[in-house]
Design a protein around this ligand. Sequence first.
Ligand SMILES: C[S@@+](CC[C@H](N)C(=O)[O-])C[C@H]1O[C@@H](n2cnc3c(N)ncnc32)[C@H](O)[C@@H]1O
Length: 240
Amino acid sequence: MLKRVKFCVCMVVLNAGDLFKAIGMSSDSKKEIKNFYEALGAQGLANLLSPARHAAYVEFLKKVLPAQGTILDCACGYGRLTIPLAQAGYKLYGIDFSQKFIEKARAYGVQQNLSIPFLVGDMCELPFTEALFDVVICMWSSFSELLTVDDQVKALAQMGRVVKPSGFVLIDMPCPPDGEPLSDYERVNYALLGGHEHVAFIHDEQSLGELMRACGFTQFSFEYVDIGGIGRFIFRYIPK
Ligand SMILES: C[S@@+](CC[C@H](N)C(=O)[O-])C[C@H]1O[C@@H](n2cnc3c(N)ncnc32)[C@H](O)[C@@H]1O
């Protein structure tokens, strides 16, 4: 049951305090998102995606990821994609700010006889050295859970910092309606997911271009793809 709520949220003049008040959240949006996942749990998260859509995600990534190299699954959740990709032969690290999800991911990895470093951490402050990864992926709208432009810029800069200049960052987001530029009123999407209130920030090409400029990155591209019957907005950039 999705309800699009219209707020005046302009990328340039976004006032996070007012936004959070308007949508009934405290100004600590990350805490709210963490609480959402605490309440939802790993099973609740898994229930939100059909097996067919999950499989389509894995297939999509197998097509776009290089066979060699090290991949960071940023905001990896309970390892939904990290584990099947490692089983397919990719070398991965996973990071998520939910301790609970990371514990699940570690247990799931051990159960599958995989040795994947799973870390608890925030995508706005990645605890990795520069240029460590060949690719960074951030899938299933995880980036959309950063509700302030400040946090979005930090996360993009951090993902760009930890990926090699020869690599790329790939972010999977909800499609802006009809692929058209969003009005200022359509940036915030409120939904009830698994019975819990969830808020996501919707981007379009223009707003992502503004974030890239703020990070000083100039090489980026957009793609509208179908993953398991759902249109997705794929944003890719090189930290240059
Ligand atoms: C919809 S889930 C997607 C999980 C995983 N990427 C997948 O495709 O199954 C969003 C994830 O983003 C994580 N997340 C949200 N904000 C984060 C942040 N600032 N740093 C790290 N993880 C974050 C949540 O804990 C949650 O696991």
